[in-house]
Design a protein around this ligand. Structure first.
Ligand code: 0RA
Length: 225
């Protein structure tokens, strides 16, 4: 789940996405929808679309100059292709250039090419996948709402203005994370149950030699760092 959501957060970091919707389905599949640019669907020389390459080639993400992910909670993972390979079924829908495109996979293998399924004035990517029970034999493949919610809260704090919504169709639970003031609000949240020694969170940011730094801090009267 993190692997796919991180791809959407990359779009948010590029400034072209402000909405991510994650839905846990009743059959233990999961959907991640974003309003980013949409994975390119045009065919390359070898006849494969960027969509197919992203979904079937290990670390293909880097080829598309999408290595911007430096502030948003961790290192780049292995990419959507691994999620795809470990899924009994995976479907990608792309809204881009006026059309809706779709490609389906089974255990990572394309079940046909990219097909145009309709028109739209929206843009973005929707990935639905179902973990392969033949691979995750003994392990639980039940998605846990709280684990996902905690992660999405952190991602929303780290990416001011990004809204991440988590819906659980098994229980009808829904939670939305969106922080206009990003890490400033995170510090307030951390100090919520403590006694802060000054009312305002100290906040500043700057860039030097391509290194961006963003700092929020507030003292409290406890002794832990
Ligand atoms: C390759 C290139 C571009 C975007 C993406 C992939 C992309 C991947 C994912 C995965 C989930 N959501 C995504 N959104 C975008 C750049 C496309 C461009 O320059 O228009």
């Amino acid at each position: 789940v993190y692997e796919i959501v991180d791809n959407s957060v990359d779009e948010a970091l590029a400034g072209v996405c402000d909405n991510i919707l994650v839905t846990i389905h009743a059959d233990d599949s999961l959907t991640v929808e974003d309003n980013g640019r949409g994975i390119p669907v045009d065919k390359h020389k070898d006849g494969k679309s960027a969509l197919e390459v992203v979904m079937t080639v290990l670390h293909a993400g880097g080829k598309f100059n999408r290595d911007s992910y430096k502030v948003s909670g961790g290192l780049h993972g292995v990419g959507a292709s691994v999620v795809n390979a470990l899924s009994s079924h995976c479907q990608v829908m792309v809204r881009r250039d006026g059309f809706i495109w779709k490609q389906e996979f089974s255990k990572g293998i394309p079940q046909g090419g990219v097909i145009k399924t309709g028109e739209t004035d929206k843009r973005g990517t929707t990935v639905t996948f179902k973990p392969d029970r033949e691979i995750f034999k003994d392990e639980s493949v039940k998605f846990e709402f709280n684990i996902l919610a905690n992660r999405f809260r952190e991602l929303a704090f780290l990416n001011a203005g990004l809204r991440i919504t988590l819906i659980d169709e098994r229980t009808s639970q829904k939670q939305e994370f969106s922080y206009a003031h990003g890490i400033m609000e995170f510090v307030s949240h951390l100090n919520e149950t403590k006694k802060s020694t000054h009312p305002e969170v100290i906040y500043f940011k700057g860039t030097r030699e391509d290194v961006e730094v963003e700092i929020a801090m507030q003292w409290n009267d406890s002794y832990t760092e």
